[in-house]
Design a protein around this ligand. Structure first.
Ligand SMILES: [Zn+2]
Length: 232
């Protein structure tokens, strides 16, 4: 996993307990999110604090500048892991974190963001170990894009249907630029450009701002630059 992440541009990757720590700029972060097939979760640590009481936990949460990460329009969910003498139940821990986030927005004159357990836009991951809590943004939203899932699905379907077939995922190992190159090679460049889009904000033609639109545009520009260089 460490070498996979390093190949994707992660810097200073180190194996740590239960995972790999690495440093990445925004672009690299999204790249690891979309293309890492081996990691099951990708977390961005925001704050670390000592928790000797539930007030400590609440204060640590209220002290984070949440508006740097998302605004009041998002639906969020808190995933709390670990307990200690003061935070005896993970549900209680999750509730205090949620209170802190909602109160932060109110203090800044904003509306209260909503909690959504089923389909949150943002997952906050809290990990409490003895007196230390680490809050992270949980970016692991694409488990069904990973190779291990597709392989497992393939086996399951074959067993269920008693008929051998193979799920092929030609884009799995291509980045966005290479995907555009493939579309062009297949003579479908204009069609793909005009008629396909995945926008997290649901804007037809793309919003130009969400991670999906930004990555697509970057890949397209990189490919167009390369194509132009070849043709001149
Ligand atoms: Zn978009």
């Amino acid at each position: 996993m460490k070498s996979e992440l390093t190949e994707l541009g992660a810097q200073d990757a180190k194996v740590a307990q239960g995972g790999v720590h690495y440093w990445a700029d925004d672009e690299t972060l999204y790249r690891t999110l979309l293309w890492s097939r081996l990691s099951s979760r990708i977390l961005l640590p925001i704050v670390q604090a000592k928790v000797f009481s539930d007030l400590d936990l609440y204060s640590a949460v209220v002290g984070v500048n949440w508006l740097d990460y998302f605004d009041e329009k998002v639906h969020f969910f808190v995933d709390f892991n670990g307990t200690n003498q003061e935070i005896r139940h993970t549900q209680f821990g999750a509730m205090r974190v949620k209170d802190g986030i909602v109160d932060y927005f109110e203090r800044h004159g904003r509306a209260r963001p909503n909690v959504d357990k089923e389909q949150p836009d943002i997952r906050i991951h809290a990990y409490l170990n003895r007196d230390d809590v680490v809050l992270s943004l949980d970016f692991s939203g694409y488990p069904d894009c990973r190779d291990v899932f597709v392989k497992s699905m393939n086996v399951t379907l074959n067993l269920a249907m008693d008929y051998p077939f193979e799920i092929r995922t030609p884009l799995m190992w291509l980045d966005k630029k290479e995907t555009w190159a493939l579309a062009d090679q297949l003579g479908a460049f204009d069609y793909i450009r005009r008629h396909t889009h995945t926008c997290y904000n649901g804007v037809e033609g793309g919003c130009g701002e969400c991670p999906s639109c930004v990555l697509r545009e970057r890949g397209l520009n990189a490919y167009l630059r390369e194509r132009e260089a070849k043709n001149t």
